[in-house]
Design a protein. Structure first.
Ligand SMILES: *Cc1c(COP(=O)(O)O)cnc(C)c1O
Length: 226
């Protein structure tokens, strides 16, 4: 690993952490209540290793197979790494996902609740689960429609024995994100869920104002993806 890359990545991370702290303070929140998820998808290994060297321990990936290749060994040699799935999960990959990830943020349909519940039984390991909400009701985007989310959460709890930790959303690119963050926070509050995964490179400070407990940052931390 070149020391130049190590220096660049450490600086980027410090910069993002400082912006998180500032946004939290101006929202009268504690910076400790906001976790930075480093979105490492598609990034070269040497940049990921530089991020680890800089002290980052929470990472997000959006594909099971890519995450297995990158993280199986790294997690084995560093028990402090927390790995989060932030991309769509096919139900036939539930078992692999439950075996590898510490948190799965993209539960978005009943069939997946069933296969995840079965995988949790089979693996004897229960990752944290977030429900993904399609706040913009976009056809091309995964997630439960806002009006169906309360019923879905109840079903996940009552029929599949999964207690979600929080909600996750990816707002439409062409709309002010704040409205979507506010909606996600409202749905979480009325369902007794404490955690909110929202905000990416372009809007994580806004997400923190609306109560994000987890921000998913890729580009600002690692540089542009290839
Ligand atoms: C890629 C990705 C991110 C990170 O996006 P950046 O704009 O690079 O910060 C966050 N969340 C999800 C779900 C992603 O797929």
């Amino acid at each position: 690993m070149s020391s130049e890359i190590e220096r660049e990545i450490a600086e980027r991370r410090a910069g993002v952490l400082a912006r998180i702290a500032k946004a939290a303070k101006s929202a009268e929140r504690s910076p400790d209540d906001v976790t930075l998820i480093a979105v490492s998808k598609v990034q070269p290994d040497e940049r990921v290793d530089a991020m680890l060297a800089a002290g980052q321990r929470v990472f997000g990936e959006n594909r099971v197979q890519e995450a297995q290749q990158r993280w199986t060994e790294r997690k084995r040699s560093d028990g402090g790494i927390e790995l989060r799935l932030i991309g769509p999960l096919q139900s036939n990959k539930s078992r692999d996902a439950v075996a590898l990830f510490d948190v799965i943020e993209t539960l978005d349909r009943e069939k997946l609740a069933r296969t995840l519940a079965d995988a949790i039984q089979a693996e004897g390991r229960a990752p944290g689960i977030f429900v993904q909400v399609n706040t913009g009701e976009e056809d091309q985007k995964a997630g439960i429609a806002p009006l169906e989310t309360d019923a879905f959460i109840a079903k996940v709890r009552n029929e599949y024995g999964i207690e979600p930790e929080g909600l996750m959303c990816i707002p439409p690119v062409d709309e002010p994100a704040g409205l979507h963050f506010a909606l996600l926070a409202k749905i979480a509050a009325r369902n007794g869920l404490r955690k909110l995964s929202m905000g990416m490179s372009a809007d994580f400070e806004s997400a923190i104002r609306f109560g994000a407990t987890h921000v998913r940052v890729g580009t600002e931390l690692f540089g542009a993806r290839a």
